[in-house]
Design a protein around this ligand. Structure first.
Ligand code: SF4
Length: 65
């Protein structure tokens, strides 16, 4: 599984980082970025789905798997 963040949609609420700092980081401008090229380890798959479901801007998507 991989995730992708649309930085144009991201409004920097930090919700994804608060929920899954293993998967995303937020830069000084408040824009979220995926870690590890977006690759989600199997054990973090539920967390990946959680941040997809909790992003108020629908900026995070699962791109495969
Ligand atoms: S929850 Fe969505 S809008 Fe908020 S920082 Fe993460 S990707 Fe950006």
């Amino acid at each position: 599984m991989r995730i992708r963040i649309d930085e144009e949609k991201c409004q920097g609420h930090n919700r994804c980082y608060a929920l899954a700092p293993e998967l995303v980081d937020v830069d000084d401008m408040g824009t979220a970025h995926v870690l590890n090229g977006g690759v989600v380890p199997e054990e973090l798959a539920e967390k990946a789905q959680l941040i997809v479901d909790n992003c108020p801007e629908y900026a995070i998507e699962i791109v495969d798997g």
